[in-house]
Design a protein around this ligand. Structure first.
Ligand code: NAG
Ligand code: NAG
Length: 548
């Protein structure tokens, strides 16, 4: 391995001969195992950017199947472009964009990093329901995190039909997007040292579907590609994070694009040759959502998700520090702008139960639905008056309880260092709230993102209050990356010591303008769900009784 600094000097000397005043503009060059990679100096901080590095390619004859690790570069790769985006309906422009040349990652390296001063590495996996998202600086600007002397990597993975088509065939067994992530993590493990990152101090982190992805990598990954994990508002047990495979989806999409057939392989072959934007358009128009799935077993094909997360009792977490939590009002956006007519049409208790359980009878389903409904909204009709109760219910079902259940699973598996948080801060930079004009108090799903990342379209200078939150959360998260402990010492910025969770002390950090350590949040709500799942365990989708 070349020394990165020596390497830059070598290039520097050459450049100085050709251009006497190039000193300040010199581009960083890294000699990695996959070849020479040239990056750019950042203009908003003391760091370099290596963007759009391809780590894998999509198989042209089977774009829905496993990707192929990138062979590396013969010539110097110019890592200047973070615009690659996997095919999707892009949420900010509301247009269908992207190509299959999208399995890229970005590496942001503080100037202090070199082979003798290797820095801890944070690898970000974006959210977006396994349907949307991309790793570039449009949303995930590195400025706030890299100033804490960590290397930041942000990676792309395939989405929708290209990432999560799940069929009963060895060519498309499912979870291709999760396998893309794994290939990227392998790339990071093998190559990050060349950038000045510490390959033995890698923390993977993600939000929403990214959090669920982190949980899946932790639960199902067989190689040790990372050392620590952070899960923000998402785990594999979330009802939206896994789906029973449905072959009819590809038949429907092919039919929508003009090939009437009932033959799955014929439909797949047709879709493999169809324009990616048309495939995404059809998927969107038909409102089909591809998700991770439990893969069938095929000879010679390695399975990633081999069983339902609920059936996995033991996760390999004994020596893995974990930081996890969620926001105060995850599902507020669902109920904020509804008209009375829309409220009247709601059926959230029924729909939630249908999503997670198969009950023995319609009658029993109705009984369970009534219990939940009474707990959250009493005898009231659906209307603005019971908004708070509905937000609590949806948040508990979709996020809060699955996160809690996963935390308990990690504890039962022997995890020793779990740091649990709740994000309550409601400022001028809450990522989703600001965009959707939501004015009710609370932090909703994904609202914390813009306190970790310099979102390009939030161009106002943060207010002092918002800046304090940025400084706090980025210090907590990067302390965790460095020390496995978010508060190794009490400071003016972080005047509390964040204790780990134990079986009988459910400590958590309450993150708001004031930082507080509290215990057992939302306790009656969580107790209800604990009992509900105990009583109804055998009806849960995918449940398997090991004793039978
Ligand atoms: C690409 O996909 C085709 C069709 O499934 C398969 O036969 C081939 O082996 C794949 N190529 C690679 C390099 O994996
Ligand atoms: C958000 O609210 C403001 C003030 O109430 C209004 O002027 C603006 O048009 C709203 N924006 C959207 C996207 O609804």
């Amino acid at each position: 391995m070349w020394d990165w600094k020596l390497n830059i000097c070598a290039i520097l000397a050459i450049c100085l001969i050709h251009n006497g005043n190039a000193l300040s503009r010199i581009d960083p060059l890294v000699d990695s195992k996959v070849g020479l990679i040239r990056g750019l100096r950042a203009s908003d901080g003391d760091y370099s950017m290596f963007m759009g590095i391809p780590y894998a390619t999509v198989n042209e004859s089977n774009p829905f199947g496993p990707s192929i690790p990138h062979p590396g570069f013969e010539d110097t790769f110019e890592a200047y472009d973070d615009s690659a985006i996997c095919p999707q309906l892009e949420e900010f422009g509301n247009t269908i964009v992207g190509t299959l040349d999208c399995l890229h990652l970005n590496v942001y390296v503080p100037n202090t990093a070199n082979s003798r001063n290797q820095l801890p590495v944070l690898v970000w996996i974006y959210g977006g329901g396994f349907t949307i998202g991309y790793s570039g600086r449009h949303v995930y600007g590195p400025k706030y995190l890299v100033q804490h002397n960590v290397v930041l990597v942000t990676l792309n993975y395939r989405l929708g039909p290209y990432g999560f088509m799940c069929l009963d065939t060895p060519d498309i067994p499912g979870n291709q997007g999760l396998k893309d992530q794994q290939t990227a993590l392998r790339w990071v493990k093998n190559n990050i040292e060349a950038f000045g990152g510490d390959p033995n101090k890698i923390t993977i982190f993600g939000e929403s579907a990214g959090g669920a992805s982190v949980d899946y990598q932790l639960t199902y990954g067989k190689e040790k590609l990372f050392d620590q994990v952070i899960l923000q508002s998402g785990v594999g047990l979330c009802p939206w994070a896994l789906k029973v495979p449905d072959e009819s989806a590809v038949i429907k999409i092919a039919g929508h694009l003009g090939l009437p057939t009932t033959d799955v392989s014929e439909a797949v072959e047709f879709l493999a040759q169809s324009d990616v934007e048309l495939v995404i358009a059809a998927t969107t128009e038909l409102d089909i959502r591809f998700k991770p799935c439990v893969e069938k077993e095929f000879e010679g094909v390695e399975r990633f998700i081999y069983d339902y997360p609920a059936n996995i009792k033991n996760v390999n977490v004994r020596n893995v520090p974990i930081l996890m939590g969620y926001n105060s009002d995850e599902r507020l956006a669902w109920y904020e702008h509804l008209t009375p007519e829309e409220y009247a049409k709601l059926n959230p208790f029924f729909e939630a139960l249908e999503e997670s359980f198969i009950f023995e009878s319609e009658e029993y389903l109705k009984e369970m639905e009534a219990e939940l409904r009474h707990f959250y909204i009493g005898d009231e009709k659906f209307s603005e008056d019971v908004k708070e109760g509905l937000v609590r219910f949806s948040s508990d079902h979709s996020f809060n309880y699955p996160v809690m259940r996963t935390l308990n699973k990690y504890l039962d598996s022997g995890a020793k260092n779990i740091y649990y948080y709740l994000f309550f801060y409601d400022g001028d930079r809450n990522f989703v709230k600001e965009r959707l004009n939501i004015t009710s108090p609370g932090a909703i799903h994904a609202d914390e993102i813009s306190y970790f990342f310099d979102v390009s379209f939030m161009d106002q200078t943060p207010t002092p209050e918002d800046q304090l939150i940025i400084d706090r959360v980025t210090t907590l998260w990067t302390n965790f990356a460095k020390y496995g402990n978010p508060t190794p010492e009490v400071t003016e910025l972080l005047p509390v010591q964040w204790p780990v969770v134990t079986k009988d002390q459910l400590n958590y950090l309450y993150i708001d303008t004031e930082l507080k350590v509290q215990k057992r949040n939302f306790k009656s709500r969580i107790a209800l769900w604990n009992l509900f799942y105990k009583i109804n365990q055998k009806y849960e989708i995918g449940y398997r009784d090991d004793d039978e």
